[in-house]
Design a protein around this ligand. Structure first.
Ligand SMILES: NC(=O)c1ccc[n+]([C@@H]2O[C@H](COP(=O)([O-])OP(=O)(O)OC[C@H]3O[C@@H](n4cnc5c(N)ncnc54)[C@H](OP(=O)(O)O)[C@@H]3O)[C@@H](O)[C@H]2O)c1
Length: 313
């Protein structure tokens, strides 16, 4: 049975795995992306995470490639009402300025809506904090979009605890919309950004957390165990340090895979989904086989003893 979780205090619900959209048009071509999105929804998937800036880091790309593919898929599949669409503003400069300048938020939202071929974004994230724009002005800009029905709820990505807290305080004092979702980096080998103050804040304020890099870009699937393995993917080049320093985590996961029959990717994501405050980890896949594997996490329950062993590793 597919289990859904509520996104904080909103009326949106998702299964505990969000499809990470940075692969669309990058490591997954259009046909593969369509097949992945079809399969995701077929298997009960509900929420898709993208950003205007995906995949501007690829030679010849300008940003918007991922949103464009999602938009074409929505048109072809007719699945707009079956999915929660999350996208982001703040890392792709353009009309209206850069970062979270109010005019940039307004223009970027229009551009995202156009590429996605929809009239509303379900979760609109500030992709990163902007120290140069007053937080009240940022919330006012988001507020205008909410009022116009172009955005349902807003989220914050890559915020530090103090800045998330001050934004929540401003929203409470002014009646402006407040961040309902936080998207931090968080996984079994990258814990310090989220654990502690930020995690406590989210738990206390019922902020939904959708952590990214759930698989540490593939390291936590167990497919990178030696320098030779790094050639398997364009992402492999970043695995050197993890292979040198974090194989203890993979060994602990191997033991739990033996006990449960689950794959390492499923275990990594199930651990995340069991952490306080976490609603649904984000992970991406570049093939149907990978997607089928990670979707298996939705029905995986690890025992508290297994979760503790992973936390300690
Ligand atoms: N808010 C932010 O600032 C931010 C930053 C980064 C990412 N994100 C979001 O988080 C999402 C996830 O990040 P990510 O895609 O970079 O990393 P990830 O989910 O940690 O790693 C996913 C990658 O691991 C590999 N993989 C997945 N399942 C596998 C399996 N079963 N077996 C073997 N390999 C498997 C695939 O890459 P290969 O096939 O290429 O090996 C896949 O693309 C992004 O798509 C994006 O939506 C947000």
């Amino acid at each position: 049975m597919t289990r859904k979780r509520r996104l904080g205090a909103t009326d949106l619900e998702t299964v505990p795995l969000v499809f990470g959209g940075n692969v669309f048009g990058w490591t997954a071509d259009k046909a593969t992306s369509f097949a992945l999105l079809d399969r995701f929804v077929e298997r009960g998937g509900t929420m898709i995470d993208t950003a205007d800036v995906y995949s501007a880091w690829v030679d010849g790309h300008r940003g918007g490639e991922s949103e464009t593919i999602i938009g074409e898929w929505l048109e072809r599949s007719g699945k707009r009402d079956a999915v929660i669409l999350a996208t982001k503003v703040g890392m792709l400069p353009g009309e209206g300025g850069d970062k979270l300048a109010p005019a940039r938020i307004a223009a970027a939202c229009e551009a995202s809506l156009r590429r996605l071929g929809t009239d509303r974004i379900d979760v609109y994230f500030a992709h990163q904090d902007d120290p140069d724009t007053p937080q009240e002005a940022v919330l006012e800009a988001f507020g205008r979009l909410v009022e116009a029905g172009k955005v349902r709820v807003i989220g914050a990505s890559n915020f530090h605890a103090a800045r998330l807290k001050s934004a929540l305080d401003i929203a409470r004092e002014t009646g402006l919309p407040h961040y309902h979702v936080l998207e931090p980096e968080y996984n079994l080998v990258s814990r310090s950004t989220f654990e502690g103050e930020l995690q406590d804040l989210c738990v206390d304020h019922n902020i939904a957390v959708t952590p990214y890099y759930g698989l540490a870009s593939g390291f936590l699937t167990g497919k990178y165990r030696s320098k030779e393995d790094m050639k398997q993917s364009v992402r492999g080049g970043r695995m050197g340090e993890l292979i040198e320093t974090r194989m203890g985590v993979i060994e602990a996961m191997d033991a739990i895979a033996e006990e449960t029959g689950a794959s390492l990717a499923q275990i990594a994501l199930a651990w995340l989904a069991a952490q306080p405050g976490v609603t649904a980890p984000i992970a991406s896949a570049t093939s149907i086989a990978q997607l089928d594997d990670i979707m298996g996490t939705i029905d995986l329950d690890l025992s508290s003893e297994q979760l503790d062993r992973l936390t300690a590793a």
